[in-house]
Unconditional design. Structure first.
Length: 198
């Protein structure tokens, strides 16, 4: 199975790229998110890949990150979501945004994708919600360690105070500050305001 492709970009189109690897041109269907990471023709690129074999065809799909490929694999397990629809879904935002939309139950986000109706969008949420929660928490934790940024540290602080990771993320959305303690204080004020409003 082809798991990755490295080589020179021969063709770069809105829906696919062709990569020359050892004299063989591999055509990989890509999302618009992955396309942003593919350099101009003549430059070298590296893409994670997924080969989908059907009775009448072999199709290769390319991804700029393993996380995007993992989400693609999850999406095609949902009834009514084939590889082309999965790629169109991945074009709707970063894989992290899509994971958050699934975790938050935002079916309308997926209804905006061509080929996905209300029922399929709801099926994506129901079937993948639990599966992506762990992936999202793990990814946020890894980014906190890698970046050591104020927001990630503030999120960890909120989790230590008893908030669920996704709840902590939501509290930090739209909050400004350069120091973790400022972000935590602002998030707690926001939590207090929303509780009072409720």
């Amino acid at each position: 199975m082809i798991a990755a492709v490295r080589g020179e970009v021969m063709v770069r189109r809105p829906d696919h790229v062709v990569v020359d690897t050892g004299g063989v041109g591999y055509r990989l269907a890509v999302s618009s998110e992955t396309l942003k990471a593919v350099p101009a023709t003549g430059r070298e690129t590296f893409l994670h890949a997924e080969l989908i074999a059907r009775e009448d065809s072999l199709s290769l799909y390319g991804f700029s990150s393993e996380e995007e490929r993992d989400l693609f694999r999850l999406l095609i397990t949902v009834s009514g979501v084939g590889p082309k629809v999965a790629i169109a879904t991945l074009s709707g935002g970063s894989h992290r945004d899509l994971l958050r939309a699934i975790a938050a139950g935002d079916a309308k986000r997926f209804q905006a994708v061509p080929g996905i109706g209300k029922r399929t969008a709801e099926r994506i949420i129901v079937e993948l919600k639990e599966k992506v929660a762990g992936a999202l928490e793990e990814e946020v934790a890894v980014s906190a360690v890698e970046q050591g940024d104020a927001r990630a540290l503030a999120r960890d602080g909120l989790v230590n105070l008893g908030y669920a990771p996704l709840e902590a993320e939501q509290l930090l959305d739209g909050v400004e500050g350069s120091e973790p303690q400022d972000l935590v204080a602002a998030a707690l004020r926001k939590a207090g305001t929303s509780r009072n409003a409720a």
